[in-house]
Ligand binder design. Structure first.
Ligand code: NAD
Length: 257
């Protein structure tokens, strides 16, 4: 599978799943645009490392996905967008009657509304190029729920709905739109939830991982960022040209329960 000559923009890709996807798309030949809201030397170094190792062109563009105008600016500044991976996301865990309004607003803005803006800005470029792939990184929480994650579950169900709508609006064009629904992946986002969960359940780290986090993941293994990158590359392949408006779970059997 060669994505040579294609430009892929991956939002929220200076760590975790986004970075893993950027690596796999670059290994498949795509020129990748990394993004986050910071502008550190390390962010640009990640892009240089990908370029050096894959021989493709990689760039880093700072844009805050909580702000609509910056979402659109990211796509415009990239200058081309054949593959759009809407991945940026944050989490906050609290009962709904104690959920801070600013956390609710931030989760909806970054995990859902940013994809509206990036997709709206990218589709005209895909139409002009005569080819496009939109891949939304949803979650098992786009298909099922857990307590204390109201904003996250609402945003992820929302992105699954938007995926279907974008697929219908582009159904007769060489453009597809799908969502990948990962189960637990050991990234900084998940790592940050471990200390609170250890306190809440009075458990050690290993027990939290096995009995709380992976409790609903029948494989009892984390999915990996490489597996998610590989799924994304598949969705960009010709074999996936008629796959649109659907979800692919990479969750060790979670949603089969
Ligand atoms: P992570 O914290 O490692 O990465 C999140 C990325 O989003 C980072 O690059 C961060 O800089 C970026 N980001 C955060 N706020 C941003 C903003 N305002 N503007 C631009 N970028 C911003 O987390 P991750 O686990 O890699 O999560 C990536 C995506 O995968 C998220 O959408 C998350 O909901 C989803 N997901 C993760 C898991 C998991 O178990 N890790 C499971 C299902 C879905």
């Amino acid at each position: 599978m060669s994505l040579s000559g294609k430009t892929a923009i991956i939002t929220g890709s200076n760590s975790g799943i986004g970075l893993g996807i950027a690596w796999e798309l670059a290994r498949a030949g795509a020129n990748v645009v990394l993004n986050s809201f910071t502008d550190n030397e390390e962010d640009h170094a990640l892009a240089r490392e990908i370029s050096a190792e894959t021989g493709t062109s990689a760039r880093y563009i700072k844009a805050d996905m909580s702000k609509g105008d910056e979402c659109r600016m990211l796509i415009e500044q990239a200058g081309a967008c054949d593959i759009l991976v809407n991945n940026a996301g944050i989490q906050h865990v609290a009962a709904i009657d104690e959920f801070p309004t600013e956390k609710w607003d931030a989760i909806i803005a970054i995990n859902l509304t940013s994809s509206f803006h990036t997709t709206a800005a990218a589709l005209p470029m895909m139409r002009k190029a005569g080819w496009g792939r939109v891949v939304n990184i949803a979650s098992a929480h786009g298909l099922t729920a857990s307590p204390y994650k109201s904003a996250y579950v609402a945003a992820k169900h929302g992105i699954v709905g938007m995926t279907k709508t974008v697929a219908l609006e582009t159904a007769q064009e060489p453009i597809t739109c799908n969502a990948i629904c990962p189960g637990y992946v050991l990234t900084p986002l998940v790592e940050s939830q471990i200390p609170d969960t250890m306190k809440e359940y009075d458990m050690d780290r290993e027990t939290v991982i096995k009995e709380v986090m992976l409790q609903r993941q029948p494989s009892k293994e984390f999915a990996t960022v490489e597996q998610l990158g590989g799924t994304c590359v598949f969705l960009c392949s010709d074999a996936a040209a008629q796959i649109t408006g659907t979800t692919i779970s990479v969750d060790g059997g979670w949603t089969a329960l």
